[in-house]
Design a protein around this ligand. Structure first.
Ligand SMILES: Nc1ncnc2c1ncn2[C@@H]1O[C@H](COP(=O)(O)OP(=O)(O)OP(=O)(O)O)[C@@H](O)[C@H]1O
Length: 249
């Protein structure tokens, strides 16, 4: 039987009067890429924030790698977070640090007792994985948007996460660079044996990277399945309009 790494059941979250998640169910299996699609403000980021314990649900289950996140004490939550690579929307590199220093940063913070040689080896390995070995001594300001995204992904990979969360990985990139990032997401899955949740509005990204896609509509997943199944003849008008209003290359 396939191993489940994330199980979400009946998840609800409101902010005051605003009901954002209203009974969300989702499974992520080992080695799988699941894409979460949805209009702006539908609660995609809230969902992954609950997954990493940055927010707590009002009701329901958020089980990650066999643990209910909302029950974890600070130490256990930190341990869980180390197994989750969270690639933020803005890739958030430190501008005053070189690429090497940016990549070393998670190691310095989280792994004790590594020698200089070990750190160098780990940095070189992730840089090679994202195809940017030559940038090791550059500053983030000298890199293109696509390169910065790749370095952001490398920085999450350095701790060898079991789960990758990609928040809008292709936002603000031209179509060719988007396609490179989509390929990288698939390569990361192959080479690092990760399971991934990819949050995006980008239907090309969803089609290229998703084993399954799930469309968040009015607080619940309104459609879920393989990309073609979900979008070929959508019964739900909201799914159809999401497709019609999003450009696909
Ligand atoms: N900490 C918070 N306090 C109050 N409201 C919040 C908080 N976090 C999110 N929200 C609200 O929840 C809703 C969903 O936000 P969220 O960031 O998850 O949307 P999203 O689907 O990720 O959108 P986008 O695609 O634009 O990133 C929004 O209306 C947002 O204002």
């Amino acid at each position: 039987m396939r191993e489940k790494v994330v199980e979400v059941r009946g998840l609800k979250k409101s902010f005051g009067e605003l009901d954002v998640l209203m009974g969300v169910d989702l499974d992520l299996y080992k080695g799988e890429n699941v894409v979460v699609l949805g209009k702006s403000g539908t609660g995609k980021s809230v969902l992954i924030k609950i997954m990493v314990g940055l927010l707590t649900q009002d009701e329901g289950i958020m089980n990650v790698l066999g643990k209910e996140v909302s029950n974890l004490k600070a130490n256990d939550l930190n341990e869980l977070r180390l197994k989750i690579g969270f690639s933020f929307q803005a890739s958030a590199l430190y501008d005053s640090m070189t690429v090497r220093e940016n990549l070393e940063f998670p190691l310095v913070r989280n792994v004790k007792g590594l020698s200089r040689t070990e750190k160098d080896k780990m940095v070189e390995e992730v840089l090679e994985a994202v195809g940017l070995s030559q940038t090791i001594n550059q500053m983030p300001s000298e890199l293109s948007g696509g390169q910065r995204k790749r370095i952001g992904i490398a920085r999450t990979l350095i701790l060898k996460p079991e789960i990758m969360l990609y928040d809008e990985p292709t936002a603000g990139l031209d179509p060719i660079t988007c396609s490179d990032i989509n390929n990288l997401i698939n390569e990361v899955r192959e080479n690092y044996n990760t399971s991934s949740i990819i949050i995006t509005h980008d239907l090309t990204c969803a089609r290229e990277t998703g084993d399954r896609v799930a469309v968040l509509l009015d607080g619940q997943f309104g459609a879920e399945g393989k990309f073609e199944e979900v979008f070929k003849t959508p019964e739900d008008q909201r799914v159809k309009s999401f497709y019609d209003y999003n450009f696909i290359t």
